[in-house]
Ligand binder design. Structure first.
Ligand code: HEC
Length: 172
């Protein structure tokens, strides 16, 4: 089991890996070479509570739900992004308790954030998640649009990419 192999070329994720290895959610959950059917810890919680919308590969549901893979980490570059990822309804209103939700969020960033997580971004703490999830987001769509616009201005996101795309029906 060599979780560090996941960090190939993504130095900014090192703090994540270290925190995950020492913390409740273990990086070995998704170590290369393990059979994909093995779900435990944060990966299992993700599979049960998030996968239905975001997909097991973090690919999302085109036209409806944003992909997390290669996308979710972009929000960590923005001051409002850190809290946004906790306060978005699918996360904040999850039935998972604060501890497990924190583990899932850190697992999501370590797994799907890949090299898009901002350098120096520290993993979420349980206290932080507990507080943020209890403050509902107002105008979440507007906030998301503003953040995506800022990411485009910074050259981190392509002009036509909103992470959601179009469903096959919408494309016609
Ligand atoms: C019922 C479908 C659904 C479920 C279940 C769900 N989400 Fe989401 N998620 C969404 C949608 C839709 C958005 C886009 C923002 C919005 O409109 O709320 C989103 C946004 C997000 C975001 C912010 C990224 C972005 O591009 O806006 C994160 C992070 C996230 N979800 C993680 C999770 C996690 C972790 C779980 C499981 C605990 C989860 N979601 C469960 C539908 C879902």
């Amino acid at each position: 089991m060599k979780p560090v192999r996941y960090l190939r070329g993504s130095f900014p994720l090192l703090p994540f890996a270290l925190a995950l290895i020492s913390g409740a959610a273990s990086a070995v959950d998704y170590a290369p070479g393990r059979p994909v059917e093995v779900h435990e810890g944060a990966r299992l919680d993700y599979a049960l509570k998030c996968k239905g919308c975001h997909g097991l590969s973090g690919q999302g549901t085109p036209g409806h739900v944003p992909r997390l893979d290669g996308f979710v980490g972009l929000f960590t570059h923005l001051p409002e992004g850190r809290e946004y990822l906790v306060r978005v309804p699918g996360v904040a209103r999850s039935v998972l308790d604060d501890e497990r939700l924190t583990a899932v969020l850190n697992w999501v960033l370590a797994t799907y954030g890949r090299d898009t997580v901002a350098p120096g971004f520290a993993p979420y703490t349980v206290e932080e998640v507990a507080a943020a999830r209890r403050r509902p987001l107002e105008d979440r769509k507007g906030l998301r649009e503003r953040m995506l616009a800022e990411l485009r201005t910074r050259g981190l996101l392509a002009p036509d990419d909103d992470g959601i795309g179009e469903s096959p029906e919408q494309r016609g």
